[in-house]
Design a protein around this ligand. Structure first.
Ligand SMILES: *[C@@H]1O[C@H](CO)[C@@H](O)[C@H](O)[C@H]1NC(C)=O
Ligand SMILES: [Ca+2]
Ligand SMILES: [Ca+2]
Length: 323
């Protein structure tokens, strides 16, 4: 029996049966994040709790003209849990007018992810120069403990009035990035405004970002990513490119994070934080190197069956030997 327990511990450790350590990627439209939000303690606390759950978070609508709100958020994050250190990499201020600009900011845990590349898309597509209001700020991450190890994130917060055009241009950015960094492992994420009045049905059929079979839209069309109870729109999306990346995602893990319900807030309190829910997805852990064929590409159900088979078989053999 002692041997069985030892074996159980051994296999549990080897095969990472503990699902709690899966790598979480989040995308959150903070709705006008700047000085006035940073002065509300309860808002900042809620934001800290939300972002601390994620290994990488894409923040959108960071306005922060005085450049004090983001440093304050980072300080709160790094005080929240002494075992987790966070860093941020931010785009420049993006927008067509001086009076309205936004930044993309990626906040990431330094013990699980590192930045290995960044690229500001120039938005100079022939025939459609200046397609984006906020051209993507593309970042490549290394995350050695995940099944995919390294991947690229392309963020996008579309201007609602130009959703179709911008999602069309986003497809070209994807192709540029694949070529530039010679990688298929790309995720597109953010507030695409890809629903309700902003993306008509007839336009969906024309968008390669939707029709290309290599792209997997993980947040379904009927999902509600809006805080207001009176609206139900699937604005915020996560899309992965390629089978390899799709296989590295924990099945059915992509969803909005309903922080209002989770933290028992009223609708009014939640709206002070944002009018969007964050969306998130989990990446599988790296396969153990000792038994690479055992748990690499298999479904969780198969993994569990193999695990119990190994466990009972080995303990039986050991029992015989110790007699
Ligand atoms: C939509 O696109 C047109 C043409 O590129 C641009 O002039 C206009 O400012 C855009 N609207 C918004 C809200 O970004
Ligand atoms: Ca532009
Ligand atoms: Ca809603």
């Amino acid at each position: 029996m002692k041997f069985s327990i030892l074996l159980l511990i051994f296999f549990t450790d080897l095969c990472h049966v503990d699902a709690s350590s899966d790598f979480r990627i989040c995308a959150f439209n903070l709705h006008n994040f700047g000085e006035s939000k940073s002065k509300k303690t309860s808002v900042m606390h809620t934001l800290t709790r939300i972002i601390a759950r994620c290994d990488v978070t894409l923040l959108q609508e960071v306005r922060d003209r005085k450049e004090r709100a983001l440093p304050q958020l980072m300080e709160l994050l790094n005080r929240y849990d002494s075992e987790r250190r966070f860093q941020a990499v931010a785009s420049r201020r993006l927008g067509r007018s001086d009076s309205y600009q936004e930044q993309y900011v990626f906040v990431y845990r330094t013990d699980t992810a590192t930045v290995t590349g960044q690229y500001q898309s120039p938005d100079n597509r022939p025939g459609d120069v200046d397609a984006f209001a906020r051209e993507p700020f593309v970042v490549r991450f290394r995350a050695p403990k995940t099944a995919i190890k390294e991947f690229v994130l392309i963020p996008q917060h579309t201007a609602p009035a130009n959703t179709t055009k911008e999602l069309d241009a986003l497809y070209d950015v994807l192709q540029d990035v694949r070529k530039m960094w010679k990688t298929e492992d790309v995720m597109l994420l953010g507030d695409f405004n890809a629903d309700c009045g902003y993306l008509a049905k007839k336009n969906r059929e024309k968008l390669q970002l939707i029709t290309d079979q290599n792209l997997h839209w993980l947040i379904a069309d009927k999902t509600d990513t809006t805080v207001r109870a009176s609206t139900s729109c699937s604005y915020d999306r996560i899309v992965v490119h390629g089978q390899r990346f799709a296989n590295a995602v924990v099945p059915l893990s992509a969803k909005p994070f309903n922080f209002q319900m989770e933290y028992h807030l009223t609708e009014e309190q939640a709206l002070e934080v944002s009018d969007h829910y964050p969306v998130e997805v989990l990446l599988k852990n790296a396969a153990p190197t000792l038994l690479p064929s055992c748990f690499g590409e298999l479904t969780r159900e198969t993994e569990l069956k193999m695990f119990f088979f190994f466990f009972f078989w080995s303990s039986l053999v050991l029992q015989r030997l110790t007699w």
